[in-house]
Design a protein around this ligand. Structure first.
Ligand code: NDP
Ligand code: OXD
Length: 309
């Protein structure tokens, strides 16, 4: 039983060790040392070159090293009929919850403004409401969005979420579908985007969306860069319609050194690190699904490629 590992981002040595600790019988091969392509049963990948997966004739399961699968669905040769499994593991979920809570708190407590005051040596108090009076809205109430929502409600924030289907999460107001987007945006002072990138969601953070938020709202994008129309955000920041933004993901990564986001006084950027899959807990999730596959049990976290996530 052989598994091919391919990622430019993740440490192959750590992953190979973690996978072997979970299942010493697993033959882990690190790209480009594939051996015979027909010997590969499973692939664990992040942004594989288009066509790589199609070149593995006996491939049974495709594991994404991340929660998102857009790096796979963009491959025109993605082998049809081979299940694609999203990464769902406690390390990835916990890391995202930390990042979202940190970012919401920074906007809630006006840290972008205080950084500006510090630059200008100005001692000034900016009145801020308590968390109970701050309305946070999370676009995407899946594995990551739901956990972030729970952490934010735990801090007392007034949290709502928007998803495709209705949700029932304790303390979280649920909005769903295109027809409820406007109402969701109208009550959202800090917007967190945790949507997957699909044909329906591409460009959803645009001028029209920003115009429906209360004036001065903060925008946090941790989903994917192509969810956001970057020029629309720059314009909304210029107009004051959006007060500040935190961006972890970008249309082109790494972000071009000349991009205006780098030096924008009201934008905080990080290099796509909101959350990273942890090899130990990630390997356990992969091996669990391999065992399920071998015993004929239902697989966990199968992406619905028709929906795109
Ligand atoms: P899930 O698949 O669990 O959740 C996706 C959520 O988005 C669901 O609630 C889904 O609705 C909702 N959704 C999808 N399409 C639409 C739509 N058209 N309209 C409204 N809601 C929609 O994904 P995860 O929570 O695990 O991950 C979310 C994304 O986070 C990933 O796809 C990835 O892009 C990003 N990510 C970013 C990281 C980073 O470091 N920046 C790290 C990890 C992930 P429903 O529940 O009804 O299906
Ligand atoms: C993911 C990511 O999808 O890291 O997990 O972006």
């Amino acid at each position: 039983m052989a598994l091919l590992f391919k990622s430019e981002l993740d440490r192959a040595d750590l992953w190979a060790d973690a996978l072997r600790r979970c299942d010493p019988s697993l033959d882990v091969r690190v790209w480009p040392e594939i051996g015979q392509p027909a010997e590969i049963d499973y692939a664990l990948v992040w942004k594989p070159p288009p066509g790589l997966l199609a070149s593995l004739p006996e491939l049974k399961l495709i594991f994404s090293l991340g929660a998102g699968v857009d790096h796979l669905t963009s491959d025109p040769e993605l082998p049809p009929g081979v299940p694609v499994l999203r990464m769902v593991e406690p390390g990835l979920t916990g890391g995202m919850t930390e990042y979202v809570v940190m970012s919401v708190l920074m906007h809630h407590r006006r840290m972008v403004d205080y950084a500006g005051l510090q630059r200008d040596n100005v001692w000034k108090v900016i009145p801020t409401p308590l968390a109970t009076e701050r309305r946070v809205g999370i676009m995407g109430l899946g594995v990551l969005g739901a956990e972030s929502a729970a952490a934010l409600t735990g801090l007392g924030f007034d949290v709502a979420g928007w998803s495709r289907s209705p949700k029932s999460l304790q303390g979280v107001e649920s909005f769903h579908g295109a027809e409820q987007l406007e109402a969701f945006l109208a009550r959202t002072e800090i917007l967190v985007c945790l949507l997957p990138l699909t044909e329906e969601t591409r460009g959803i953070l645009n001028a029209r969306t920003f115009a429906q938020l209360p004036r001065g709202a903060a925008v946090i994008n941790v989903g994917r860069g192509d969810l956001l129309l970057e020029d629309d955000l720059l314009q909304a920041l210029e107009d004051g319609q959006v007060g500040a933004a935190t961006l972890d993901v970008f249309a082109a990564e790494p972000l071009d050194r000349a991009h205006p986001f780098w030096s924008h006084p009201r934008v905080i950027i990080t290099p796509h690190i909101a959350s990273l899959t942890v090899p130990d807990s990630g390997a356990r999730a992969v091996i669990e699904n391999i065992r399920r596959h071998q015993s004929g049990a239902p697989l966990l976290n199968v992406a619905d490629l028709g929906r795109g996530y």
